[in-house]
Ligand binder design. Structure first.
Ligand code: 5GP
Ligand code: MN
Length: 326
């Protein structure tokens, strides 16, 4: 990865805007905040950090969380010389509200680990073998001689822990452990961070999870399981979007599951699909075929079509792949 060019590009830019992706997870937020800290260390004074949907409560303990600007800050935001997109497989992932700000920026740098990343930046630091965007940024910090203090270590560790599914997904390489050991040495506390992220959820999250599990459906002798969380359920349970984060991960915990799916609805009326694989079905390919994207084993899509149309479409594609396994 061309860290030298990235360093030059960051050094040359006087004003920089950093974007993570919408419905942000631990890797997107960790990477955005880490970028903010690194740019500060590089002496950058004109830096703005954007996250369309703000920051979920379970990540608010991260240092610098208060710096994040959400979609309400999009209108009239001044352009910058450089847009840095982290954890975004494509420019649309930053959210429609930010597209005109993004287009008004001089240059684009991308740091990402999605295999589906099209290389849309002027400079692309992408590695589909990296567990997370935070893994790439950790390497960048080390190789560029940027001092990793406790706040930076905490942001980076959180992103890696999140995208490896607590060091359980197949992307958990020995490199991940080496880098995390380094981050722990520099002040990241694994026990505290795990508690903050995973044991600090809302009651609404547990109620949504209960609803999702209660309404679980299976196909192909359990090879596929899926559930729907309609918008009205969020209202009924007083839940926010972020309260559904992580629910899809819970569905694949029984023997024989190959693919697990949560169908939902965004606040602007689109259908949202969250797909996971236990290792044999490439859900990234399925989502990409239907207009979404992501990783081989964790992917998603958004569609203007209603649930009744999207559900059978996704299930048909998944069934076809399952049938080929046998
Ligand atoms: P999640 O299911 O947690 O929302 O997303 C899982 C993975 O799929 C993430 O890596 C995310 O970046 C990607 N992903 C989710 N939704 C979309 C989408 O609508 N379009 C694209 N291209 N990728 C998505
Ligand atoms: Mn990621």
């Amino acid at each position: 990865m061309d860290f030298e060019s990235l360093c030059k590009m960051l050094t040359a830019a006087e004003s920089i805007v950093v974007f993570g992706h919408m419905n942000p997870d631990g890797d997107s937020i960790g990477a955005t905040l880490a970028a903010g800290i690194i740019l500060e260390k590089m002496g950058k004074r004109n830096v703005r950090l954007y996250s369309r949907d703000g920051i979920p409560d379970f990540l608010k303990f991260l240092p610098g969380a208060g710096r994040l600007l959400d979609r309400n800050a999009a209108a009239g935001a001044p352009p910058a010389q450089l847009a840095l997109l982290v954890d975004c497989g494509g420019p649309k992932r930053i959210g429609d509200e930010f597209i005109s700000l993004f287009n008004s920026c001089g240059k684009t740098a991308v740091i990402d680990h999605h295999a589906t990343n099209s290389g849309f930046g002027d400079l692309n630091i992408t590695d589909p073998d990296a567990s997370s965007t935070c893994e790439i940024i950790t390497l960048f910090a080390i190789e560029s001689g940027i001092h990793i203090d406790t706040p930076l270590a905490e942001c980076l560790y959180t992103g890696i822990m999140y995208d490896t599914g607590r060091f359980m997904h197949p992307n958990t390489s020995s490199k991940v452990f080496h880098l995390c050991a380094e981050l722990v040495q520099h002040g990241a506390d694994p026990g505290r961070i795990a508690t903050e992220v995973f044991r600090n959820r809302s009651i609404a999250y547990l109620r949504l999870l209960g609803y999702a599990l209660d309404n679980l459906k299976t196909e192909e002798n359990g090879a596929i399981c899926w559930t729907v969380i309609e918008r009205r359920i969020f209202h009924k349970l007083n839940a926010k979007d972020e309260d559904s984060e992580g629910i899809v991960e819970k569905l694949g915990a029984y023997r024989g599951c190959e693919a697990h799916i949560v169908f939902g609805q965004t606040d602007d009326g689109r259908t949202r699909v969250s797909m996971r694989s236990t290792g044999r079905v490439n859900v990234g390919a399925i989502c990409a075929k239907l207009g979404g994207g992501g990783h081989d084993f964790a992917a998603g899509l958004r569609s203007k079509d209603p649930l009744e149309v999207v559900i059978p479409r996704v299930l048909a594609e998944t069934r076809a792949v399952i049938k080929e396994l046998k």
